[in-house]
Design a protein around this ligand. Structure first.
Ligand code: CA
Length: 228
């Protein structure tokens, strides 16, 4: 089966260029020229990856991503002409797997597509309910609870917690977590991991008065049963 990619891009020249290059690489490609159509196609189709422009008529790319993430964990790479930090942060926090600024080289885009596809395939294999103490996370239903209380987690928080639980009692370095959760090697940006660990601690350890997420000084993080 070919790998199916949806391109949501209103600039027809860029969309056509991407279609030619990706088809040449052996991918099956569909195109949408506005946000509304792109969202409908993404939700209806069986896509392995979405290339999503930020500046789109109809719904903009961030809004498409937000709505898509309510229903789907399909890998998404955001495309934008603007080198805007806010777009990057909002896109990644809303669950984009990666981000690429125009103009980009096709080689760079292809490398990022392969990385995002690998992280998407890895995410799909994870189906068993994962537990640590009273904490339970169900990857298939995309739900997490502490005891009976549902946890309100963003997409990346959920995936980070899932990754820690899959490696329960095994220390994960920041680089390992970056690679597994963000699916791409952001050299020098591993403080993103610290920020998201802090969010998880607020929502789990602090909220329920337990200590599940441990810092291993100079190494990384580990989740393990509350020993207190
Ligand atoms: Ca555009």
């Amino acid at each position: 089966m070919p790998t199916n990619i949806l391109i949501v891009e209103d600039e027809s020249g860029i969309a056509r260029f991407l279609e030619l290059e990706l088809t040449h690489e052996g991918y099956a490609v569909d195109k949408a020229a506005d946000g509304r159509t792109g969202l409908d196609m993404a939700l209806a189709g069986e896509y392995d990856l979405i290339l999503l422009d930020v500046m789109l008529p109809g719904l903009n790319g961030l809004e498409v991503l937000r709505r898509l993430r309510n229903e789907s964990g399909v890998p998404v790479i955001m495309l934008t002409a603007r080198d805007a930090v806010m777009d990057k942060v909002s896109g990644l926090d809303m669950g984009a797997n990666d981000y690429i600024t125009k103009p980009f080289s096709i080689e760079e885009l292809l490398a990022r597509i392969r990385a995002a596809l690998r992280s998407g395939a890895a995410a799909e294999r994870r189906t068993a309910v994962l537990r640590c103490g009273k904490l339970a996370l169900d990857p298939a239903r995309h739900t997490a609870v502490y005891g009976e209380t549902p946890l309100q987690l963003t997409y990346k928080e959920f995936f980070l917690l899932q990754t820690l639980l899959e490696n329960r009692d095994i220390v994960q370095t920041r680089d390992m977590l970056m690679e597994k959760v963000w699916g791409y090697d952001y050299a020098g940006e591993t403080n993103v991991v610290d920020v998201y660990i802090r969010y998880l601690r607020q929502k789990i350890d602090a909220a329920f008065g337990v200590k599940l997420i441990h810092t291993v000084r100079g190494v990384g993080y580990v989740i393990k049963g509350d020993s207190t």
